[in-house]
Design a protein around this ligand. Structure first.
Ligand SMILES: CC(C)(COP(=O)(O)OP(=O)(O)OC[C@H]1O[C@@H](n2cnc3c(N)ncnc32)[C@H](O)[C@@H]1OP(=O)(O)O)[C@@H](O)C(=O)NCCC(=O)NCCS
Length: 177
């Protein structure tokens, strides 16, 4: 029977991190970049194990999202993947449930950038497609990120978001959202 374990990056050994990285490389059909992987580190991981084999990974890391004049503390979900032969058995949902508890307990809101394939998965869990404008706080100032519109999902918790106002993420290498 599959077992879910929750741990901070600091408490994962090298072999587990390598297994999670390999799982995501496969899960994203070779499109996972080094930056994508780095974005999944430094927070809380949900790991689904089948005996000694890792079959699912997801993590939540802290980011700041500027919105309505405030710097919201966001739990940003990254690196969500279930091994292809283990999908539609509830593993993804179980990992998200654990991370959503972290979001509700520690952050103003949850946020993530979804693949097309996972859009229904997040919507079914109550995440909302961000319908307002998106932007990033780049080294040269705030810049709109129109290419990300339609991919960003939010899980408001303590904060009511205004879809007429911009949602602006902090800066990082690679994909900003
Ligand atoms: C998205 C992903 C993590 C879902 O994991 P999973 O273990 O299959 O998800 P679950 O079994 O918990 O699915 C729960 C519900 O989400 C929805 N759902 C999940 N995958 C779906 C899909 N491909 N299409 C439509 N709805 C889907 C369904 O409502 C499902 O319930 P059901 O099986 O009873 O119909 C998995 O498909 C995956 O790893 N995809 C490739 C990597 C990826 O795109 N990750 C997301 C990055 S943002």
């Amino acid at each position: 029977m599959a077992q879910l374990r929750i741990a901070h990056t600091a408490d994962l050994d090298r072999a587990t991190l390598q297994a999670a990285h390999a799982l995501l490389v496969d899960g994203f059909a070779g499109e996972l970049t080094d930056d994508d992987w780095e974005h999944a580190l430094g927070g809380v991981h949900a790991l689904m194990w089948d005996g000694g084999t890792l079959i699912g990974h997801a993590s939540v890391v802290q980011r700041r999202l500027l919105h309505g004049g405030r710097a919201l503390r966001a739990g940003y979900v990254e690196g969500v993947g279930v091994r292809a032969d283990q999908r539609r058995r509830g593993h993804g949902g179980a990992m998200m449930q654990a991370l959503e508890r972290v979001v509700r307990g520690a952050y103003d809101l949850g946020a993530l950038g979804a693949t097309d394939e996972a859009a229904e998965f997040y919507a079914a869990r109550g995440w909302s497609l961000w319908s307002g404008p998106s932007a990033a706080l780049t080294p040269s100032g705030i810049q709109r990120t129109p290419q990300e519109d339609g991919c960003i999902y939010v899980l408001p918790h303590t904060t009511v978001l205004d879809p007429l106002a911009e949602l602006c993420c902090d800066w990082r290498d690679g994909n900003v959202w």
